[in-house]
Ligand binder design. Sequence first.
Ligand code: NAP
Length: 310
Amino acid sequence: MQPVKAKVEILDAKTREKLCFLDKVEPHATIAEIKNLFTKTHPQWYPARQSLRLDPKGKSLKDEDVLQKLPVGTTATLYFRDLGAQISWVTVFLTEYAGPLFIYLLFYFRVPFIYGHKYDFTSSRHTVVHLACICHSFHYIKRLLETLFVHRFSHGTMPLRNIFKNCTYYWGFAAWMAYYINHPLYTPPTYGAQQVKLALAIFVICQLGNFSIHMALRDLRPAGSKTRKIPYPTKNPFTWLFLLVSCPNYTYEVGSWIGFAIMTQCLPVALFSLVGFTQMTIWAKGKHRSYLKEFRDYPPLRMPIIPFLL
Ligand SMILES: NC(=O)c1ccc[n+]([C@@H]2O[C@H](COP(=O)([O-])OP(=O)(O)OC[C@H]3O[C@@H](n4cnc5c(N)ncnc54)[C@H](OP(=O)(O)O)[C@@H]3O)[C@@H](O)[C@H]2O)c1
């Protein structure tokens, strides 16, 4: 016997206006397939722009949710919200990270119209300025490469408007930090080489840690899937921080910027570290909450970002 086909009506979540009626939908159709059918009648709303919900104000259904497993009657009513123009995550990250890399170098090479004519293309006499440039560039090149070759994102796109906000943050801070660090009147840190060496050690350790966590997260998700698992420490000692926090990649990221702030002894760097820490704490708390909700056996000792504290 043929399975009974389902009917799906799609209403605008704001106005409740009926946008589309789909007759004869396979009961085992996924939300992704329903989005594709909806796009056929409304091509301006390509699937990545669509959010479909069971309740106008509820959570978006996942692409992999199956119609017959949802609590709906013979005619399923779904509510549609337009997420706005979308841009791929890879494009977002490449734009966000290539910007700071390039902007910092403009200040490092003291291109004209920044510090005054007599300093055009001159070079700092302080070793720490060159070291800072290497660290800053390394950090963003690492992030670009990780975006291209390591991360396995579960979402293909994000709203286009976010890119303006994110780029203002990354590009603006990069310019502000670079302006002071590469300034002809910049003075090296108070405790000289000792301070720089300690800071460099912190920076390098945290970069290795951050990379190790990204590799461990990648290994949790088979290529092409969206699986989410509990991350556990591996043989790599840098991942042992998973024993104590849910998002050690953020812990290491903050550590790297603290190292960079100690190295350069520059106030804008300290502020960038503080703002980044605040943002990553908000995200880490959200991810930690989701782990607790999703996994009953989630290790109880873990905190979101700072062991035993936060
Ligand atoms: N300086 C700053 O202000 C700042 C701010 C934010 C981030 N960052 C840097 O950018 C890096 C990446 O940031 P992010 O927010 O994308 O990090 P993230 O959420 O920890 O994710 C990194 C990658 O791992 C995947 N992933 C995370 N948890 C997983 C799990 N339990 N199972 C399977 N896969 C999982 C993510 O997939 P999904 O696509 O499913 O999430 C993503 O592809 C950070 O580690 C940090 O170094 C810097």
